[in-house]
Write a protein that binds this ligand. Structure first.
Ligand code: AMP
Length: 192
């Protein structure tokens, strides 16, 4: 079973690369950003609670995120594994994920972290904002907040996995297929 965390700043290509992994490895995709956007679209209570945080490019409080992932995991029984995209984004989320998966005896094999320089991220996000319809991609100030939040709150999660020997860094600059090849090599490393 291949449970992996695909990690990286906003605009690193996590969504794009997740799609390729899903097809190749038969994995399930759990993207907390997508799940929140679905709740927002459907006007659920959770969506209403998350909206202000998302609009400002700040993180939704841990407990709301963890409960949402817990619910989602209870629906999932894909034997091949799960890609976590955009989650965990804080240390308490990483600890909660370990606990949830340990209960199922299906731990995270490791984290694959895409690294991309900030100037490239900003231009990718602005470009994506032209077609994604995402308010948080269309405004330089919101993008700057998200990158700042990533640095201060989310980056420590990489250390959490690295300290446990469950971490591979991947250069996230280049063509989509080139980056994907690097990811596949990183998965091989994690599986050793
Ligand atoms: P994303 O699509 O992953 O960029 O997420 C969009 C927005 O959803 C983020 O800017 C946060 O406001 C919220 N969000 C998504 N995942 C998380 C998470 N794991 N923890 C807290 N907030 C999240």
């Amino acid at each position: 079973m291949l449970n992996i965390v695909l990690f990286g700043p906003p605009g690193a290509g996590k969504g794009t690369q997740s799609q390729k992994l899903i097809e190749d490895y038969g994995l399930t995709h759990i993207s907390t950003g997508d799940l929140f956007r679905k709740h927002l679209g459907e006007g659920t209570e959770l969506g209403k609670k998350a909206q202000a945080f998302m609009d400002e490019g700040r993180l939704v409080p841990d407990q709301l995120v963890i409960d949402m992932v817990d619910d989602k995991l209870q629906e999932e029984n894909n034997a091949n594994g799960i890609i976590f995209d955009g989650f965990p984004r804080t240390i308490p989320q990483a600890e909660a994920l370990d606990e949830l998966l340990n209960k199922k005896s299906t731990p995270i094999k490791g984290m694959i972290a895409l690294s991309v320089p900030d100037d490239e991220l900003i231009s990718r996000l602005l470009e994506r904002g032209k077609t994604s319809g995402r308010a948080d991609d269309q405004n330089r100030e919101k993008i700057a907040t998200r990158l700042q939040v990533y640095q201060t709150e989310t980056l420590p999660v990489a250390n959490y996995y690295e300290a446990q020997g469950r971490y591979e860094s991947v250069d996230g600059v280049g063509g989509i297929d080139t980056i994907y090849e690097r990811i596949k090599q990183a998965i091989e490393q994690l599986e050793r």
